[in-house]
Each structure stands twice: as C-alpha cells, then as structure tokens.
Design a protein around this ligand. Structure first.
Ligand SMILES: [Zn+2]
Length: 421
C-alpha cells in the first residue's frame, strides 16, 4: 500500500462526524491492521448522538479513534456484521458472529462480533484475535519464575481442582488457555466448556454453552464427564450444580480447571463453599487458586528511572522474588515502539495459593477466608500487593499503574511519597 493511501487514525474531531471517502471495506482492513499493531483487544463502532464513534480498548483502556457521519458509520458497521456472519438486517434484536479479515500487510485477524441495539442505534463490539501473537505459554504470561513453576507443578497433577480468579478482564482465560497449552501434548483427553469459545485449539474438545438451547455449564459438564476426560476446563463456575460436579470430578480422578469471580485467592474458596457446602469434598479436591490482575508493562525502550532520595527498604519476602535485580523504580516514557503510550504489553500479576496439608485442614475445619489467607502467607504466598511491589521494584511497571489496578494503602502511600519527590 502506498503511503498517501494510509488512513490517519485517532484524529478525533469532537464536532460532527466526518465523511470518509475510503470505501468501508478498505477502511475496515486498515483499521484492523492499525489495531493489531497496537495490541488492541477490542474495537467498538457505536452510534452516539448524531455520529458513529469508533473506539478501541488497548492494553485494557478505552481510547477514541474516529467519529463518523452516521451514513458512513453505518456502512462500516454493516460491513463488519456481514464479515462476521451476524445478521446485518437485524435491527431490533442483538446479533453475533465470527469472521476473519486479511489486512493490507497480509496478516489475518480473527474477529468475534456482537451487536446490541442502543438508544441511538447500535453498539457493535469486535473482539480481535491475532493468530501471530495468539495464545501465550505459561512462561509468556509475564509472571515471575517462582509463580510459573508453582503453576506448572499444579497442572502436572493427575487430578484435583485448580481455580483461577479475579475481576472481569483480569486475564483469567488467557491463563487457562496457557495451562491447556501446557497439557495439550496428545497424551490426554481434554475437554472445555466455554461461554463463548475464545480460541479454537487443535487437539482439544471445546464445547460452547448455549442458554437458548438450555445447555448451561452444568448440563454440558454432566455430558462431558461421560466422554472419559483427563482434563476439563470450565469457563466459569456460577451455579451450585456446576460447582458440586466440578469439585467431585476433581476429587475422583480428573484435573479440573475453572474460573470463579472473587477478589482474593482465599475468597475464591469461600465462594466455592457457598455452592458446595461439603467442606471435606472441597478440601480433598482443591489443589490451588490463582488470583490475578492484568497490569501494563512499561516499555523497556523508553521507561525513565525514577530518582528516589529516600531509599526504600524492600521487605525480604518481596526481595526473594527479585532475583539478582537491584531495586530500581521506573516511570513511563514515550517512544515509537510503544506508540508514545509508555507501555507495551499487558502482563499477569498473580497471587498463587498452593493448597497444602495445613490449608486442607483449615478448609475441613471451616476456617474463614482470612484464616486460610494467613496460613498461606506464612507458608510463602506473596499477596497481590507484594507481587505488585516486586514488579515495581524490578522496573516492570510503575507505581502509578499498580495503584490504578489495586487498592492497597501501602502502595498508595509509596506512590504519594515518590510523586512528591
Ligand atoms: Zn516506548
């Protein structure tokens, strides 16, 4: 493609929407290429008052891209809906679909589209998958070696329940896929139950929940258990029957990987106990909990050392995770590599609770989440704020970034102190 046909993205005019002369097909292909270069995960084409707004989610944050006159914006929405096989004529009900698109530079993007009617028209949401970057291995999630090894030990078990927890968009499914990738070596029968299936993986039996056909997680799980699985991945445990079946499968010879919504590893156990009232069953099944957040990694090309006059004494527990690295604090810079954003990737920040004999006893004896957490901390688990501090001290991310993701008084205090200096 010649340079003069390059489209200037992110020239947002706050006024009325622009009229674009590029055909929608060409604009769409260029937009996707531009988005993939910038690690955009989602693209939105939304009817707003008198215009169609194009925004993206990049490294977890929403950024505006362009604002179009409605006629052109609707052609663009329509093009993506046709591409994804989502009923483009459907104006009243939500529609969804999947498709793939080849960008001008020759790469292929897979997309999953969802369209929902809104007050001003439609909101078209497109999730992008870049097969070149695709899935990550456990080592590539960005966790430190101690946590990577702990997770690999967990998934090498023959049976048991491993929970991955955290809020929405905390990278839970990325971690689950990395675990499946680790296990998918042709020697095990692996099934997944997902809502929806995010990446098709060769060698794995993936089934999608379909509530319209009354096929929920629990229904599919019951059927999948008859297919002699070694490993089952459950996209989300959100009802009693799924929880009970998952716990029993883990206790009777299968390896079960599942996500639940909770704020901490210990709270995930409490959450499971609300569904599965039998403490003995859970304690004999559960082998580990990974509670995680996603955090933006500082661009190594342009990060700036932060001068701290008051030397901060890194606690020993955190120090042990820093290897040979000398504590150095950095802040975001600007360069071409990170498109001036200062950050280049999203990395996982985990709190890994390995269920040992003491925790098994604690669960059987109906200990509270706080009690279970303190046993785990004594036995070596770093809490999320401690892992965050080690990331800051290794220059992986900035103190301001962790304070946007976590709500921790110690880290907030450090942020205030360092920003004053
Ligand atoms: Zn940079």
């Amino acid at each position: 493609m010649s340079d003069d046909s390059r489209i200037d993205f992110q020239e947002v005019d706050e006024g009325a929407g622009e009229i674009e002369l590029t055909p929608p097909e060409l604009f769409a292909a260029n937009l996707i290429e531009w988005a993939l270069e910038r690690h955009v995960s989602d693209l939105f084409l939304s009817d707003v008052d008198g215009a169609v707004m194009v925004t993206v989610r990049r490294l977890g944050r929403i950024e505006p891209v362009r604002r179009f006159a409605p006629a052109y914006g609707h052609r663009l929405q329509g093009h993506f809906r046709v591409l994804a096989g989502a009923d483009a004529g459907e104006a009243v009900r939500p529609s969804e679909g999947r498709g793939r698109l080849t960008t001008p530079d020759g790469s292929t993007a897979h997309l999953r589209l969802s369209c929902v009617p809104t007050v001003f028209g439609h909101d078209v949401a497109i999730r992008l998958f870049d097969p070149r970057r695709g899935r990550r291995s456990i080592q590539q999630l960005g966790m430190d070696t101690v946590d990577v090894q702990a997770i690999e030990r967990l998934v090498r078990r023959k049976s048991g329940l491993i929970l991955v927890t955290g809020p929405v968009a905390s990278g839970k499914s990325c971690t689950l896929y990395a675990m499946l990738d680790y296990l998918n070596n042709g020697t095990k029968k692996i099934h997944t139950i997902e809502d929806p299936v995010e990446h098709p993986i060769s060698g794995i039996m993936q089934s999608q929940v379909n509530t319209k056909l009354k096929m929920d997680f629990a229904d599919l799980l019951t059927v999948v258990l008859r297919h002699s699985p070694d490993v089952i991945m459950i996209g989300e445990v959100r009802d009693r029957q799924t929880a009970r079946t998952a716990v029993r499968a883990g206790a009777s010879g299968q390896l079960v990987l599942a996500t639940v919504h909770s704020r901490s590893a210990a709270e995930a156990i409490e959450m499971m106990l609300q569904y599965e009232s039998d403490h003995k069953f859970l304690s004999s099944s559960l082998c580990g909990v990974i509670n995680q957040r996603l955090i933006r990694r500082l661009c190594p090309e342009c990060r700036q050392p932060f001068e701290i006059t008051d030397v901060y004494e890194v606690p020993d527990r955190v120090r042990t995770r820093m290897g040979q690295d000398n504590p150095t604090v950095f802040t975001a810079g600007q360069c071409n590599t990170c498109h001036d954003g200062g950050f280049d990737h999203l990395i996982s920040m985990p709190e890994v609770m390995v269920v040992d004999d003491q925790i098994i006893n604690a669960i059987s004896n109906r200990a509270t989440a706080t009690e279970i957490e303190s046993i785990s901390i004594t036995n070596g688990m770093l809490t999320l704020p401690e892992v965050a501090l080690s990331y800051v001290m290794r220059g992986l991310t900035s103190i301001d970034e962790v304070n946007q993701v976590l709500n921790d008084p110690v880290l907030a205090g450090l942020g205030r102190q360092w920003n004053r200096e």
